[in-house]
Write a protein that binds this ligand. Structure first.
Ligand SMILES: C[S@@+](CC[C@H](N)C(=O)[O-])C[C@H]1O[C@@H](n2cnc3c(N)ncnc32)[C@H](O)[C@@H]1O
Length: 498
């Protein structure tokens, strides 16, 4: 490397720059006066003038962390949460809601252009969330014997000085597996969930219950998972512990009944001896109430047990369903596949609009939930198949039995669709694919493969904000077979969402 190419800035140096763009992986972007790009970690905003410390040097750019905002952007608002910046959950709380939506829109557009090469697609503006706080119908807190401590140099600051160090109930500190930020109040959880957080903390401390240590693999308390149907006064508490202690969980049920009243409807105790940090138990004991709650979507009822998957923002799930329905343009003669169907939320809600619909899902309990939910709603034209979509050769016999689909709904996990599954999808040759995605990068990559390897084109993309304050965005893309007659929108009907 010649002297002229040598970087002027070294690790730990401090630089000043203006933030001009948002980048992947929770980073912001700006340039130094010499034109060198800098990716900055931390809660910055576009138009902030910042001071940042270099933490990594690459040949063409620098990595840095935000140290100080010298001149704040007009897009900033005061964060509502006292844990902002420490808790890894809500990364965009310092941004005005319209700016959050603008950046999410940009994120989808950028991914589709840069990763998917969809340069001509016009991405619709995101549908805003009806509620920006208290919108989650499920929240999962973890216990730890190591509270995450906030230090300034060697000194502890803020709450770190006041609370016990060996007990925490809250969320993981970003990138730290064995420490938990002790949460006082979570603004995206409901008020009742926060009340239960307080009650369980106080109960655990009074009873001297030991939190589980992920280093030593000992202790009793592991997770606290709460589900609430706010529109119908139902509240489920799932205490996940390492062993069963009947006396403790019965006392907890009594305490919740006393403090919450009739709004608290069920307590379950999941037991797990696994070393991994997963809140799913190997065994479940129903301590109080029926052991499930019942959610509504599209006018249908869904019985959810502690581990059932369900969209976490119920109000936005209604918008999501309307978008899927509009794009799918189902007719009563259509055969539909709902791939990655979970507990059958879309399979069941779309069933009345088509001839028959097949849901495919790998998790056995989700398939069992889907089957019982279809029964609960008296739906007769749904079938569910437990199968791994990464191994599609095992599914072909079933496909021949059920019939090839006219329309496929695709809602994979964040990582997107396995290449073998894309091959399977193309072999099904549906007229329309409605791809629902919580990860714009996966959506862009998979859609590119579908359109370049198959005779398909992407026609529209509608983002929906399911997760205000966070940088996550849901999108629904319509991918159409090129020889499909371009019907008007005459076949789509909005389902009953009363
Ligand atoms: C984003 S969720 C979608 C759930 C459903 N569409 C809903 O809205 O309720 C993705 C689902 O894909 C399932 N899944 C993940 N990998 C799978 C695979 N290889 N084969 C089949 N299903 C899979 C997960 O268990 C999960 O239920």
């Amino acid at each position: 490397m010649s002297t002229a190419q040598k970087p002027i800035h070294k690790r730990d140096d401090t630089v000043e720059l203006r933030i001009t763009d948002i980048a992947e992986s929770d980073r912001w972007y700006g340039e130094l006066p010499d034109g060198r790009g800098v990716f900055v970690r931390g809660p910055a905003a576009i138009d902030d003038e910042v001071r940042a410390q270099i933490i990594g040097e690459k040949r063409r750019y620098l990595e840095a962390r935000l140290v100080e905002v010298i001149s704040p952007s007009s897009k900033r608002v005061p964060p509502v949460c006292s844990h902002f910046g420490v808790c890894g959950g809500c990364k965009c709380q310092h941004l005005d809601y319209s700016e959050q939506l603008r950046l999410k829109h940009l994120k989808v557009e950028n991914a589709l252009k840069r990763i998917g090469q969809f340069n001509d697609i016009s991405v619709a503006s995101p549908i805003p969330s009806d509620h920006q706080t208290h919108y989650r119908n499920k929240i999962e807190f973890s216990f730890s014997d190591k509270r995450y401590l906030i230090k300034d140099g060697d000194a502890l600051v803020g709450e770190s000085r006041l609370k016990p160090r060996d007990f925490a109930l809250g969320f993981h500190a970003p990138r730290i597996f064995d420490k938990i930020v002790d949460i006082d109040y979570c603004h995206i959880a409901t008020p009742n969930m926060n009340k239960i957080l307080d009650i369980v903390k106080e109960f655990s401390k009074t009873m001297k219950l030991p939190p589980y240590s992920t280093r030593k693999h000992e202790g009793y308390l592991r997770h606290l998972v709460i589900r609430e149907v706010q529109s119908d006064n139902q509240l489920m508490v799932n205490l996940v512990t390492s062993v069963y202690d009947e006396k403790i969980v019965r006392l907890l049920a009594d305490r919740l009944i006393e403090e919450i009243g009739s709004g608290f409807t069920t307590l379950v105790n999941n037991l797990t001896s696994r070393k991994s940090e997963v809140s799913k138990g190997e065994k479940e004991v129903v301590v109080y109430g029926p052991g499930y709650i019942t959610e509504s979507l599209g006018g249908y009822r869904f019985r959810l047990s502690a581990d059932s998957f369900f969209q976490t923002n119920t109000a936005q799930a209604e918008h999501l369903l309307k978008v899927i329905t509009k794009l799918a343009r189902l007719s009563q003669s259509d055969i539909v596949y709902d791939l990655y169907c979970g507990a059958g939320a879309f399979t069941i809600t779309l069933s009345s609009l088509c001839r028959k619909i097949l849901g495919i899902e790998t998790v056995a309990t989700a398939v069992a939930d889907a089957q019982s939910n279809a029964k609960l709603n008296g739906v007769g034209n749904c079938e569910f198949l437990q199968g791994d979509l990464n191994k599609p050769s095992r599914l072909t016999a079933c496909v021949e039995d059920f019939g090839r689909p006219d329309v496929v709904i695709l809602d994979p996990p964040r990582a997107g669709v396995h290449p073998k599954t894309v091959g399977f999808l193309l072999s099904l040759c549906p007229a329309r694919i409605v791809y629902v995605s919580c990860n714009p990068a996966s959506l862009a990559r998979d859609s590119l493969t579908i359109c370049s390897e198959g005779n398909y084109e992407m026609q529209s993309v509608q983002p929906i904000d399911m997760f205000p304050f966070t940088n996550h965005i849901e999108s629904v893309a319509l991918i159409v077979r090129k020889d499909e007659p371009q019907a008007g929108d005459t076949r789509g009907t909005i389902p009953n969402t009363a």
